[in-house]
Design a protein around this ligand. Sequence first.
Ligand SMILES: Cc1cc2nc3c(=O)[nH]c(=O)nc-3n(C[C@H](O)[C@H](O)[C@H](O)COP(=O)(O)O)c2cc1C
Length: 168
Amino acid sequence: MNFVKKEIGELSGNPFNQIGKDWFLITAGTEESYNTMTASWGFMGVMWGAPSFICAVRTNRHTFSFMEENDVYTLCFFDEKYRPALQFCGTKSGRDFDKAKETGLTPFVIDGAIAFEEASRIIVCRKRYAEMMKQEAFTSAETYDKWYSSDPLHKQYIGEIISVYEKE
Ligand SMILES: Cc1cc2nc3c(=O)[nH]c(=O)nc-3n(C[C@H](O)[C@H](O)[C@H](O)COP(=O)(O)O)c2cc1C
């Protein structure tokens, strides 16, 4: 697998491209029971003095219950050739499919969380804060109406980045 642990200051690349254009997988659970889904929204930065990542998961995702039940989870980033796998994980539910079997991705345990061998970068996070978005907190009704008139709200998770690995 050849994953090498990196210092946070060694990370390169543009987060807007890596998160918003390339997408990533949020994976939570244990070896016995986990789920993964594609995400393209998120923030990488510093919170409470620690490298952190914020992701947002709608409450109707199968992944949601795994995020609720587990403190440690991963964010896996991939090369372009895995776009079809990320497309699958972003349009099908783990309630209906074994996503690893369908995509050929290979799950493995790292730092007590589940990641995929095919990833180019793995960020392992420990949940520090989790909060449901609330309709009354939106200062832009337009934003609420655009994103939540027919779909449930997101719960946002601020995770401390506890380790980062990249493939050599
Ligand atoms: C490009 C892309 C980005 C997505 N980003 C998010 C996201 O940030 N948060 C979210 O809740 N769902 C997001 N989704 C939708 C979930 O990935 C999708 O509903 C998935 O099927 C959920 O799988 P699950 O039910 O197995 O958890 C995204 C989907 C795609 C294709």
